[in-house]
Design a binder for this molecule. Sequence first.
Ligand code: RIB
Ligand code: CA
Length: 319
Amino acid sequence: MIRKKVIIDCDPGIDDAFALILALKCEELDILGITTVGGNIQAITSAKNALKILKLMGRLDIPVYMGAEGPLKRKLVTAKEVHGKDGLGNAFLEEAEESLILENATDFILSTLREQEDVSIVALAPLTNLAIAMNKDMDTFNKVKEVVCMGGAFKVPGNCSPVGEFNFWADPHAAQYVLENIKSPFTMVGLDVTSKVKLTPIHRELFRHFNTPISKFLFDSSRFYFDFYWDKKRTIGCLLHDALAMAYFIDNTLCQGFDSYVEVVTEGIAMGKPIADEENFYNKSSNCLVLNEVNADKFFKLFFNKVFGEFRKDYEKFL
Ligand code: RIB
Ligand code: CA
């Protein structure tokens, strides 16, 4: 089997954690490294959380590189009300040695792209690290095979403003800079599709019954995430934004979309909004595949089969 080489850029983050656990259970992925950035939580806490998840999964062989503390121009705005003070829903996970945190995510991204072929990036956080790496060495960055990015909201409301999705809203300048300069395939896995992938109480009950260290963490961390959605929206369930982006990288039949020229608004009331020229008014070549359809059932089947395959006979009637 040819394994897909990938760097995962993230800000764990409860849904980042779901995405990392999914990726770590996929033998077809060769995870070259994890880079972290200030987003949901401070960059150092993101890095510590990435290590906690690698320790849970027995994969401390995968390097973690800490990246940018905050956005290119805006002040860092974290999302502790969504992800908890520890960034993982205040679910206890054993710490790993902080000395394992390596410096300089952007140098790692560039050196990996320089030395290896067919490396992809799955971006699950504000695009600050990618923009800095691009700015340092554009030609090397554009050797990336593809970027699959959780971000943006095309025809649905934002989650941080009427039109702003957190990753693009938190650092709109980085999102615009990457889209302006990317030469490789870039896929936007936005709220248009991730808002249709909701973890339910049934899923959480299955985690509880599986009673493994991984299922216990997913049960515990998603509790906090459920409470956020109940407090803010009086809905029951939580959205697995980053896990869908990772699942799409693993199996791109999960979603469909359209190629378009996209620019991200960087200032004012619409900051972070991706403007997709779906009708090609500007006659500019496409820089983005904008996803707008998803098979949510297929996502959950993939997630459970990859992460909890040993319990298949127990869960498949519920999915
Ligand atoms: O809007 C959802 C995105 O913002 C996800 O990546 C989530 O982890 C937060 O970073
Ligand atoms: Ca994230």
